[in-house]
Design a protein around this ligand. Structure first.
Ligand code: NAD
Ligand code: IPM
Ligand code: MN
Length: 351
């Protein structure tokens, strides 16, 4: 028996609906593989903010630090400004725990037609490596002259040699292992200062990984290529904001953002890593029990893989693939009529 202690943060909206589904699947797969989980659940959310004036307690990060990994639903809900909820919970976790890689895989599954003609099941299988602690998501900047004709907002993007190099190294090593090309998302055509620096560091690191074919694409053209020719990609490395946008786009290409998982990784293993679906709290469908749990369940599989249980992780992704390929059971976002619970029950039968 391997025992893991997991911090559960369902968060807001459909986060509270998809996390129990992930937990059910973890229990089933754990039973088969001799893995048990000791959960500590935290009610950190916008609701908590409205009651206590903070998204999490002051020693929140210390409480999380005790666990092997964090499984999160979604953060943010109408009634609390997003900058409050996100800077009060999600972003501090990513930063305090050095989760500088945000790994976001994309697969087009058999039986789940993509809205994109060029996306053939089995052929599209790539991963976005998103820089997760700096870049455009900086705290440097502000709003000035509110209400005046001179009103303005500025924000400084922060790209450090150390921060970019470490995420590039992760991406190069991943590409080396997968045997595919590495594509760097850039915007170096003279508009911004940061991206030529990013490109220089890509070139520097590329020299250290001669076996990896490395190319770069301007982010605008790259977005188009995600739609027109998604099968050509294997590992795509991008800054924080570019990676955020690309991962929702890629998820849509694969059928919908409800299926996309993510892993916020501290590759050095000093701190707990955090696993969460790519999607948000979806206030428009929250409380109806119809959210697609695939993104959360696949994220739980990524957690198992990270905790050293690759076979158990593959059992979950295989079961997702099998349900999509062999049954018509889908949640509403994928054109079906199944509830979150019905989909999860079907998945459990296919484990
Ligand atoms: P969203 O991902 O919550 O929703 C976008 C659209 O996709 C909605 O129409 C929603 O119904 C649909 N959708 C998303 N996930 C789905 C699922 N699992 N099943 C079915 N449909 C699904 O994005 P948004 O509307 O931009 O953001 C809503 C809130 O979530 C905001 O407060 C935002 O800041 C927050 N957010 C949090 C995270 C996170 O915690 N990591 C990520 C994204 C957004
Ligand atoms: C994500 C989300 C977050 C991000 C938001 C909610 C801050 O969109 O995890 O993709 O941009 O990182
Ligand atoms: Mn996002």
């Amino acid at each position: 028996m391997t025992d893991h202690s997991i911090a559960l943060i369902p968060g807001d909206g459909i986060g509270t609906e998809v996390l129990p589904a992930a937990r059910e699947v973890l229990a089933a797969v754990g039973k088969r593989h001799g893995i048990t989980f000791a959960y500590e659940q935290f009610d950190w959310s916008c609701e908590r903010y409205l009651r206590h004036g903070a998204m999490m307690p002051e020693d929140g990060l210390e409480q999380l630090r005790r666990h092997d990994a964090i499984l999160l639903g979604a953060v943010g809900y109408p009634g609390v400004p997003d900058h409050v909820s996100l800077w009060g919970l999600l972003i501090p976790i990513r930063r305090a725990f050095g989760q500088y890689v945000n790994l976001r895989p994309i697969r087009v599954f058999e039986g789940l037609p993509s809205p994109v003609r060029a996306a053939v099941p089995g052929e599209v299988d790539f991963v976005v490596v998103r820089e997760n602690t700096e870049g455009e998501y900086s705290e440097i900047g502000g709003r000035m002259n509110r209400g005046l004709p001179e009103e303005m907002a500025v924000q400084q993007a922060v790209f450090t040699r150390a921060g970019v190099t470490r995420v590039l190294d992760f991406a190069f090593r991943l590409a080396e292992g997968r045997g595919g090309p590495l594509t760097s998302a850039t915007k170096s055509n003279g508009i911004v200062h940061t991206m030529p620096f990013w490109d220089e560091l890509v070139a520097e690191r590329s020299a250290e990984y001669p076996a990896v074919e490395c190319n770069q694409e301007h982010i605008d053209a790259l977005a188009a290529k995600f739609v027109l020719d998604p099968a050509r990609f294997d590992v795509v490395v991008a800054s924080n904001l570019f990676g955020d946008i690309l991962s929702d786009l890629a998820a849509a290409v694969a059928g919908g953002i409800g299926i996309a998982p993510s892993a916020n990784l501290d590759p050095r293993g000093e701190h707990p890593s955090m696993f969460e679906p790519v999607h948000g709290s979806a206030p428009d469908i929250a409380g109806q029990g119809v959210a697609n749990p695939i993104g959360a369940i696949w994220s739980a599989a990524m957690m198992l893989d990270h905790l050293g249980h690759p076979a158990a992780a593959t059992d979950i992704t295989d079961a997702i693939a099998r349900v999509l390929a062999t049954t018509p059971v889908r949640t509403r976002d994928l054109g079906g009529v199944a509830s979150t619970a019905e989909f999860t029950a079907t998945l459990l039968q296919h484990l």
